[in-house]
Design a protein around this ligand. Structure first.
Ligand code: 16G
Ligand code: ZN
Length: 531
């Protein structure tokens, strides 16, 4: 490619520190922002190749999600708005770690292996979060795209799920919606308004929600979205970035891990609250009761609420569609038990990481997937969407079926099927609570979480731990699983597993049992067995 000269020239402006090695992990590259300039430039290059290969628009998001403000990161978005294909993750790692003088041959290697035709135009959508490093890092991405002759569209400050949405809209020629932030708000808000039209006599109290924006992009975008809602939702935004630091003692990850209210939020007992994470692809709900006890409604509770709602609608509509919930090993045992034995819903367990859940959810007509940490969405198969569409337009059916079909149709429109989306999930949850006339306390009482504990263990090499059965059992090192089994046996309703983290240099330990003391003790004992 004649462009290679330009790449060589430009790459000198984005030099790789010799010897630095980074990996494209579960959620792309993530590190302290000072190490990332060359990575960004090179991901711009890679996105151009991916775009030529798929003959589609590719997305690049500059964010480090719930990590501290000093960190940053980058992930690529594939044509339908999904995560980058696994084979390309290894190209990303290879390209990122090529020393300066090896860069062109690394590009050539990818072109050859993938048989990339150089002639198609390349198109790349770029977005960034509110971190102070994001502006210059996203410029480095754009430099990479342009150096290899690609076209770019810079969306500037957007949430991660908004960028996924734009990519999908563009590649489906607008069938999924308009590839603009305005189009995103219009689609979601219209569907929300239609849904809550089914809720009779909502009081102002029921319309009110407190949102912790993690001092990030979610707060900014929520404020924009609210203006499209015609007062259908009354939101008080805390941690909107005007004072506090991004993700510092706030946000969905903090609330989930610490199991407490974030700082910077003033609420009364019973107030319905939720927290976004730093790029607004996760959401968790919570409230404090009159005894000042904190109650968390995490991804499992959200999945239960949504799947119950959808199952009821499918029955009312008389539609025979297969619905399933996809979870990970972190799902609370009570949620799995409730879904399988009370709701009679199929439950699947996959490895941690959005792409695994997403993939499994695609196997069903209606696949609801959520990680306990609050990342999740609902996927409707093409066949399911068509059936719902047809029924909603059928003039011969009775009112109850019609109402259910229309609500299913609005649910399809309010949910961002490309990836977990805090803004979109929030609208769906708020609509369901309104339609069911349900308070956050009633939602919480659907089932009671088993007490649980998560710990991190630092070991010299976390990769010696290998797991199977969706990370629920360790196959190496020898003897570890047997030791865990023995420990679990000594507690009631207990379960525990260990897995190497995909994002940090630690081993994670999870334990649950009938009391908090037991869960804490079991987690501690298992972490000793890991050493
Ligand atoms: C990443 C994943 C998230 C997962 C987490 C686990 C994506 C977009 N994000 O943030 O789904 O829960 O990693 O981290 O896939 P861990 O491997 O360090 O426990
Ligand atoms: Zn995130």
């Amino acid at each position: 490619m004649a462009q290679f000269e330009e790449v060589s020239k430009q790459s000198i402006l984005h030099p790789k520190p010799a010897g630095l090695v980074l990996h494209y992990g579960t959620a792309g590259f993530r590190s302290n922002s000072i190490h990332l300039d060359h990575i960004m430039f090179r991901m711009g290059l890679l996105a151009v190749l991916r775009s030529k290969k798929t003959k589609s628009t590719i997305g690049i998001m500059v964010t480090a999600s719930h990590n501290p403000e000093e960190d940053n990161g980058v992930k690529l978005v594939d044509p339908m708005g999904e995560m980058l294909a696994a084979t390309w993750e290894s190209y990303a790692t290879m390209l990122a770690n090529a020393e300066q003088e090896e860069l062109i041959s690394a590009l050539n290697e990818i072109i050859e292996k993938e048989g990339i035709d150089k002639s198609p135009e390349a198109s790349v959508f770029v977005g960034k979060d509110t971190r102070s490093s994001s502006a210059s890092l996203s410029q480095a991405v754009l430099d990479g795209v342009h150096a290899l002759g690609g076209h770019s569209k810079d969306y500037g400050l957007v949430t991660t799920p908004q960028l996924h949405y734009m990519v999908c809209c563009k590649n489906t020629q607008g069938k999924y919606g308009d590839a603009t932030v305005e189009g995103y708000y219009k689609k979601l808000c219209q569907a929300f308004t239609q849904l809550v039209g089914n809720a009779s006599n909502r009081t102002d109290d029921q319309k009110h929600l407190c949102v912790d924006g993690a001092n990030g992009i979610g707060a900014l975008k929520l404020r924009e979205m609210i203006s499209h809602l015609n007062k259908g939702l009354q939101v008080t935004i805390f941690n909107d970035g005007s004072k506090g630091k991004l993700n510092h003692q706030c946000g969905a990850d903090f609330v989930k891990v610490q199991q407490k209210t974030p700082t910077g939020i003033q609420v009364n007992p019973g107030d319905r609250c939720c927290s976004f994470d730093g790029d607004a692809d996760r959401i968790v709900y919570y409230f404090t009761d009159s005894q000042q006890v904190f109650h968390l409604l995490d991804g499992d509770k959200i999945a239960t609420l949504i799947s119950t709602f959808l199952k009821e609608l499918l029955i009312q509509a008389g539609l025979n569609l297969k619905i399933a919930v996809v979870q990970t090993a972190y799902a609370n045992g009570s949620s799995t038990d409730y879904l399988e034995n009370t709701m009679n819903v199929t439950v699947r367990c996959t490895k941690t990481g959005v792409k695994h859940l997403h993939h499994a959810a695609l196997e069903f007509d209606v696949g609801v997937y959520f990680e306990a940490n609050g990342h999740g969405t609902v996927l409707f198969s093409k066949a399911a969407e068509d059936k719902i569409q047809q029924l909603a337009q059928d003039s011969r059916i009775d009112d109850e079926r019609k109402r259910a079909a229309l609500m299913l149709q609005s649910t399809i429109n309010v949910i961002n099927q490309t990836v977990g989306d805090a803004l979109s999930d929030m609208l769906l949850i708020e609509a369901i609570l309104a339609i069911k006339g349900m308070t956050v306390e009633q939602w919480d009482r659907i089932y009671t979480d088993l007490p649980n504990r998560q710990l991190k263990v630092k070991v010299s090499d976390r990769r010696v731990i290998d797991t199977t059965d969706a990370e629920r059992r360790a196959v190496s090192p020898a003897g570890l699983q047997e030791a865990i089994d023995q420990l679990v046996k000594t507690y009631r309703k207990a379960r525990s597993f260990v897995r190497p983290s995909g994002t940090e240099d630690v081993v994670r330990v999870y334990a649950e049992a009938d009391t908090q003391e037991s869960a804490d003790a079991l987690a501690h004992e298992v972490s000793l067995a890991v050493y």
